[in-house]
Ligand binder design. Sequence first.
Ligand SMILES: *[C@@H]1O[C@H](CO)[C@@H](O)[C@H](O)[C@H]1NC(C)=O
Length: 541
Amino acid sequence: MTMQYYQQARLIVLGLCLTTLIGDTSAGNILAVFPHFGFSHFKVVQPLLSELAQRGHHVTVISYVKNPLAAQLPNYEQLLTSDANEDQASTTINVVPLAEHTPTRSLPVLLKEYYDLFSEGQTTCGRLYASGHVATVLERHKEQPYDLLLTEYFSNDCQLALAKLMQLPIIGVSTCALMPYFYDRIDLPDNPAYVQSEFVGFAQPLLWHERLLNFVQAKLLKLLYKLHTNRADQKLIKQHLAIDIDVDEVARDQTAFILVNQHYSHMGSRPVTPQLIEVGGMHITSDAKKHLPQEVEQFLQRSPQGVIFISWGSMVRASSIDADKLQAMLQVLSQQPLNVIWKWETDEHPQVDANKFLFVKWAPQLALLCQPRVKLFWAHAGLLGMTEALHCGKPLLMTPIYGDQFLNAYAAQQRGVGLKLDYEQINVTTLQETLQELSHANYAVSAEKLSQVFNGRQRTPLESAIWSVEHVLQHGLFATKLLQSPGIELNWFIYHSLDSIAILLVLVLLIIASWRALFPAQSKRQSKAQTQQRAGKKSRK
Ligand SMILES: *[C@@H]1O[C@H](CO)[C@@H](O)[C@H](O)[C@H]1NC(C)=O
C-alpha cells in the first residue's frame, strides 16, 4: 500500500519535472518593439505582452509607454525609449486639441495626415535608436537568441532592421484599422471599390467620387510610404548600424502574421488571407472590468433613469472644445432626462448642476460602459472605445476627430447602433434632434444584437493572438514561408495577369490579321457592299 503511494508520488514528481522541462524548452524569447508614444496604441498590445510573460515566455519590450505591471510580471523586461521619470499622464494621453479635427476627407487632408504620421514615425524611430536599446538587444541576441520580433505596423519600419539582422519571423500588430501600406506585404486584397483605407471613411456603398478618392489614395499612399517613409527609415538604419537594408523586402520575406485590431461585425466582411488575424477586442480582459471609482459608483446609484457617458478618448483634450459648442452641449444635455458622466482632463470644468453632471479626469471606460445604467456613449469613434461599446452593447453618438475615426463611425452607423454628429455641426438644434432619434429603442436593440455577434467568437481575441505567437515561436521562418502567398514574389505585370492578357490580345490580333490576309477580296467586297448600302439609305432620306 505505502509502496504504491510512493510509486504514485514518484510518477507525479517525474511528471511535474517533465512538464517544467517541456515548458522551459518551448518557452520562447520574444523581442517586442512598440516605440509609438500613444497610450491607446500600447494599450492594445499590453494584455498580449503580459499574457505571454505569464505563460513562461521571455519578453523584452522596447516601448515608449510604461507598463505599470512590468515589475510584477515574471520574465518581462521593460526597456523604455522615454525618460523613466517622465510624467506619462501628460505625454501619452490628452495630446490632441480639438482644433486638430479634420472635417473633410479630401486628398490634401489625407496627404497632410500622411505627412504628420511620417514625421511622428521618424521622431519615434530617432528616439528608438538614440535610446541605445537596439544595440543592447543586438548584443544580447549573440548570447541568447531571440525567436520572434513582435512589433507595430503603423507609420514606420525602422525597427525591422532587427528582424533582418537576427533573421527573425515578424508578427506585425495594427492597433488601428490597417494602414494602406501593409496590404501588399501579405497579399491582402484591398479592392478600393469597397475596402476603405484607414485614411478615408465614407458610408457604404461608396459614391463614384468616393471610390475615386479611395482608389487614388490607396495607390498614392503606398507609393509615398515606400519612396518616402521607408527611405527615411533606411537612412536612419544606415546612420546607426552602418548597413543597407530594404525594409519593405524584409517585411515581405519575414512577416508571418498581421494581427489587426478590428472585427468584421463592426468594420465589415472582406476577403482575408491566413496571415491576417482579427483580434478586435484583444484589450478587453476581465481584469480591465475592475471596480469603478467610488464617486462614479455613487453617481450611478443616484441616476435611476440612466446616464450618457461622454468620452472623446485618451488622446483628445475635451477641454479644448470651442465655447459655443460647449454652451450648446450643456444646454441640450441639461434639458434631456439622462444624467451625464463626462471625461474631462482638467481641474476647471463647466460649473453646472452637480446632480446631473459628473466630470471625471479618467474613467475606467470599459467597466463604466458595461454598467446597465449607461444608456448612451458619446464617443469620438476611436477604435478602443468603439470596441468596448460593441462588447458592452451600447448605442453610440459619434463625433470623429481624426484618423480612422470617420471610418469607424460610419461602420457603426451602417450597422444601426449609432449616429454620427460631426464636430463642426454641433449646435442646439442638431444635438437635440440626434439625441431624440437615438432615444428610439431600435438603436439599443441593434447594439445588443451586434454585441452578441461580436462576442461570439470561436476563440477570444487574446487566445487567437497567443496562438499565432506560439505557432511562430514553435515553427519559426519555416511556418512563415508556408503562410506566405506566392503573390508577394511576383512583379506587378505578372501579378495582374497582364502577361496572359497581352498574349491573348496578340493572338486575337493575329487571327484578325490572318483572316484579312487570307480572304482580302471577300472582306473588301463586303465592306464595299456595306458602304454602298449606307450610301443608298442616306440618299433615300
Ligand atoms: C445648426 O447646424 C445645422 C447644420 O450645420 C444648421 O443647418 C442649423 O442652421 C444650425 N442651427 C443653429 C440654430 O445654429
